[in-house]
Design a protein around this ligand. Structure first.
Ligand code: AMP
Ligand code: MG
Length: 485
């Protein structure tokens, strides 16, 4: 086996070169006894990294940040954020580092970022560390999102550090190696704007345009075009979340990317029984980040982004506001179009019939009334499209109403095969995730590995995986996930 030294990995430091005011040179804490818990070999190949090297002692040192490729300059990134609506001017990477950017085999620039790599100057009261459970949680949920075709940061590896982390109990610590098209957030722009240095905001905007929306540079109004691109990317992203029943849980402005990738999997989960008011985060008492509120919050966050860009959009403030408001106004139509088109596909219907919106609205009311499991419902409807209505009918309390709906839907001649290509069978269900993380924390990676295998091919029915398709048993109780992970 070729054991390439870390020095053969080329990491650029473009972010810290172009935006030094937003980067603090820093070094990861050492890991006393690194042990690989999960390695994403297909992703490693995409990045041009040799999986057998990553598994070696040198590779592990690279994955926890104790060995830094020569020429690389790891930094903690500065950002601000509205957390549950309140502005925090100085957040930043309290327990994470941007190791640098690498060019993947398709010539795309990707960030390599470590999470759980020790305290930084942004750590405030935190210990800078992460426990095995939450890092494996981010790994499995982000990889599920990727398998579902939803833009997301990726997980390259989770490495146990051999250091204990104090939470409610003493837990094994771990570092997640995360890959993203960048870690630019709405909060990054808020940080730049809060410094009052307009040149910094401009350089950040130029950096974002170059990395994510190069076509905006050619627009008559490049910074307005940047904003519109982010609005479009987020409208599409949030529609995709809604279509699979994903609840992010902490849509603070520091957890919303400029690229349109989902980021920061903390207290997130997939909804089981359909209920628009579903909240999973233990700290979200007011339901700010409830399932149905996600499009509203996304728009609120985008308004905060717009505020940071106003001085770049026009010298006259009122004119800048008018332009930004008009651009933000496109969110709703873009979101509605993406959601409606996605729902038509889930129902096996051809694109573009407005009448289907009423059909969808009626269905959602019925799903809520009967507490129907959102994910498995669409697969049972696939069976109905093949002629067997019974699995779907068995899920509803008001059968007369559902039968009327089924008749209208059957009349549209739904395409069962098309439905199976977009309606997943295997998602990381909450009880399975908890079970897998608890086992992994006690050194049994079996349930995690099997869950990961199931969700990596979410649409293809395979024998032996029946348990992954069912919602949580009643004795699992109401589900909550916790921050401070
Ligand atoms: P998050 O909720 O993961 O998006 O994090 C919000 C902020 O808290 C970010 O600035 C994180 O870097 C910081 N943070 C979260 N957990 C820790 C920790 N254990 N130690 C230091 N900073 C943390
Ligand atoms: Mg965050």
């Amino acid at each position: 086996m070729s054991a390439a030294p870390a020095s053969t990995v080329v990491l650029d430091d473009r972010f810290s070169r172009e935006l030094p005011e937003m980067a603090v040179r820093w070094q990861a804490a050492d890991a006393p006894d690194p042990r690989l818990l999960a390695l994403n070999e297909p992703l490693a190949a995409e990045l041009g990294l040799d999986a057998s090297w990553l598994r070696s002692a040198d590779g592990l040192a690279f994955l926890v940040g104790s060995a830094v490729p020569s020429g690389a300059n790891p930094v903690a990134q500065a950002y601000s954020g509205h957390q549950f609506g309140g502005f925090v001017p100085r957040l930043g990477d309290g327990r994470a580092l941007l190791m640098g950017e690498l060019v993947d085999v398709d010539e795309r620039l990707r960030d390599l970022h470590l999470k759980g790599s020790g305290r930084t100057p942004f750590a405030r009261g935190g210990d800078g560390l992460a426990a095995v459970g939450p890092m494996l949680r981010e790994y499995v949920i982000s990889e599920s999102m990727h398998a579902l075709g939803i833009p997301t940061t990726r997980s390259l590896a989770v490495t146990a550090t051999g250091r204990a982390v104090q939470r409610d109990a003493l837990l094994p610590g771990a570092v997640l190696a995360r890959i993203a098209s960048s870690h630019l957030r709405v909060g990054s722009f808020q940080f730049a704007a809060a410094t009052g240095d307009l040149d910094l905001v401009r350089r950040l905007a130029d950096h974002a345009i170059a990395r994510h929306y190069p076509e905006a540079a050619q627009a008559a109004q490049p910074y307005l075009a940047l904003f519109e691109s982010v609005v479009a990317a987020q409208a599409s992203l949030v529609a995709r979340w809604m279509l699979v029943g994903f609840i992010h849980g902490v849509m603070n402005t520091d957890n919303m990317t400029i690229s349109g990738e989902t980021i920061d999997y903390g207290p997130c989960a997939f909804m089981e029984a359909y209920d628009p008011a579903t909240v999973y985060s233990s700290i979200d008492h007011a339901g700010r980040y409830a399932y149905a509120n996600q499009p509203v919050v996304a728009q609120w966050n985008l308004a905060r982004l717009a505020e940071t860009l106003l001085p770049l959009i026009a010298d006259d403030q009122q004119r800048a506001i008018d332009l930004a408001v008009a651009s933000l106004g496109r969110f709703s139509a873009a979101y509605d179009d993406a959601f409606s088109a996605g729902m038509r596909t889930k129902l096996g219907l051809p694109a573009g019939d407005g009448d289907d919106d009423a059909l969808v609205a009626d269905l959602l009311v019925q799903l809520e009334q009967s507490h129907v499991d959102y994910t498995s419902f669409f697969r049972s409807l696939g069976a109905a499209a093949r002629g067997d209505d019974e699995p779907a009918r068995g899920l509803f309390v008001d059968l007369a109403r559902f039968d009327a709906w089924l008749a209208r839907w059957h009349a549209l001649a739904p395409d069962a095969a098309a439905m199976d290509r977009v309606n997943p069978l295997y998602i990381p269900r909450n009880h399975l995730v908890e079970n897998a993380l608890a086992a992994a924390t006690s050194n049994d990676l079996g349930p995690f590995t099997r869950l990961l295998d199931a969700i990596t091919s979410p649409y293809d029915e395979r024998p032996g995986l029946e348990q992954y398709t069912a919602p949580a048993p009643d004795d699992f109780g109401p589900y909550q996930t916790f921050c401070g992970t």
